[in-house]
Design a protein around this ligand. Sequence first.
Ligand code: CA
Length: 257
Amino acid sequence: MNTISTTMNNHHRSASVRDAVALYEERHKATFNPKAALIDMDGTLLDTMKGHTLAWHRLATELGIEATRDEFYLYEGMTGAATINKLFRRAFNRDATREEITELYARKTGYFNELPKAGTIPGAATMIETLIRRGIKRVLVTGSGQLSNLERLDTDFPGGFAADMRITAHNVSRGKPDPEPYLKAMALAGTSPCESIVIENAPSGVEAGVRSGAFTVAVTTGPIPAEEMWKAGADMVFPTMTAFAEALPDLLSNNRL
Ligand code: CA
């Protein structure tokens, strides 16, 4: 790690909610007034990332494409089509056809569904309950199109996400790290960037949130280090979802600590 860049990055890091909000407001020349939370699914609400990396790695191996399991953590947030194209360009110097994408994503989804059902991320239910209680709108924002995961949200997070408050792989043309998914989520919620909190667990999702202009919170729930979240521009980084859930009432308050 380069010492100079670390020092420079530290300059923008804030331990307290109050400092992070002050920096955000200074940078955006606007008041932070949270009215909606735009929330990623895999790795943020559901502990599904291990299963996704296993399924992707199995698919790549079958296709004869050299890949490590860990690299799929880095593609987190990208749509299935974008991940398949990334593998195809590397191995075959071309994009996959529409038919190949449909067939291969279905295969990957099948491999994922063969694995034991993943749990929810500890602290995620408390976070959602706090948002509901405080009257903060919730929008799901995921690059996933996997029905098995989308359908379980109603059971895992009752009242968390209305059917018309979900941005999935089917609603976006450019996935994360493009800001499009989060900008579309703001349009659904009827909020401006300074009224929106993005909650993410992966650098590409953090980058999408930051580029959308929202206050972007990163939570490290897997092997990706906090350093990568700061580099992607996160306004705050929490070591666990439980720690973020504890800090959330303060972030939503007008009188921050
Ligand atoms: Ca994620």
